[in-house]
Design a protein around this ligand. Structure first.
Ligand code: SF4
Ligand code: ZN
Ligand code: ZN
Length: 321
């Protein structure tokens, strides 16, 4: 039997949104995502019309959805894109970023395309080889995450952007909240919340407008908009932290048994952080600066994680921040 859309009632439904119990047509599904993203942006004042925002896009479906919606709700003259090529053999970022180059041209958006090689002098593969030579066995994802954050902040700061916008979705965000809860890491729990303040004048605030959109919804949205996925996975994915991978599987199972669980967890932790923790965070002082590169670093540290990581593999360049 043909099922019509639960919102407009006129068009055949193509997307079953289990957490809301509704079947939606493509158009109403898209409008639902745009509305939820817009609401989240205004609820937490993630960015306002005067902000110059830098979208950090990797090239996957979440990037596509973020760009597609944000360019509709913000002045494209105040949007920039940064895309970073890590330099991993067999993981052809060139295919992933092709559409970003096209889209930035079509929409008249500034694109800052860079790479680990350009920023540090080394690709991620070369960094991992140096690490293995020293028998350190650091996860490539550790280098990758720390370097990516550094490069994005550097570009945002030096080019005068007021906000960094990332494409993390609901699944990512709940995993991060739970990891911090399980570790008892109050500081990071606060920093995950959209109202947290940056702890250094050198950091550009990062915001995540897709934080209440399920990952399956970004896939469905991208498909309905005709986005072609590049399915090649980074070969280093097997080195991703096991806790995150386990939580991801566990949360999928919970969501399958009770649709809407992820949203409920996110909203409950949001309320908890807003009620209990943000007041404490206001009393925190400015972060100290790394004695090597000058970048902000954790309160208990003398040097930053990036300098430590690169120092161990004898890359002794002083990177900007
Ligand atoms: Fe970087 Fe790890 Fe993701 Fe590969 S899997 S892109 S190394 S974070
Ligand atoms: Zn409809
Ligand atoms: Zn440093």
């Amino acid at each position: 039997m043909v099922k019509y859309c639960d919102i407009c009632g006129r068009t055949i439904a193509r997307v079953l949104q289990k957490h809301s119990g509704r079947a939606l047509c493509d158009k109403c599904f898209r409008e639902d995502l745009v509305t939820r993203l817009r609401d989240e942006v205004s609820r937490y004042r993630m960015f306002t019309p005067s902000d110059r925002i830098l979208l950090a896009l990797s090239g996957g479906k979440d990037s596509f959805v973020l760009l597609d919606i944000v360019r509709e709700i913000h002045d494209t003259g105040k949007i920039g894109i940064i895309t970073i090529v890590e330099g991993v053999e067999g993981y052809n970022r060139a295919d992933d970023v092709f559409w970003i180059i096209e889209a930035s041209r079509n929409y008249g958006i500034d694109l800052h395309l860079t790479s680990f090689k350009e920023f540090t002098g080394f690709s991620l593969d070369e960094i991992v080889s140096l690490d293995r030579l020293k028998k350190l066995e650091t996860s490539p994802c550790t280098y990758c995450g720390v370097l990516r954050r550094r490069i994005i902040n550097y570009y945002a700061r030096s080019l005068g952007y007021s906000k960094v916008v990332t494409a993390h979705n609901l699944d990512d965000e709940v995993q991060t909240y739970l990891m911090n809860l399980l570790r008892g890491d109050e500081g990071r729990l606060i920093q995950t919340h959209p109202l947290s303040s940056t702890l250094s004048k050198f950091f550009i605030k990062r915001v995540k407008p897709l934080r209440k959109i399920y990952e399956w919804e970004t896939s469905a949205y991208a498909l309905t908009r005709g986005f072609k996925f590049q399915e090649v996975e980074c070969p280093y994915i097997r080195f991703r932290p096991t806790l995150r991978a386990e939580l991801r599987n566990y949360l999928y199972e919970l969501e399958r048994l009770k649709p809407g669980t992820l949203l409920k967890i996110l909203e409950a932790v949001d309320r908890y952080v807003e009620r209990e923790l943000l007041k404490k965070a206001l009393k925190l002082t400015e972060l100290p600066q790394c004695s090597i590169c000058g970048s902000p670093t954790a309160y208990s540290r003398n040097t930053c994680i990036l300098c430590d990581l690169l120092g161990k593999i004898e890359i002794n360049t002083k990177l900007p921040f």
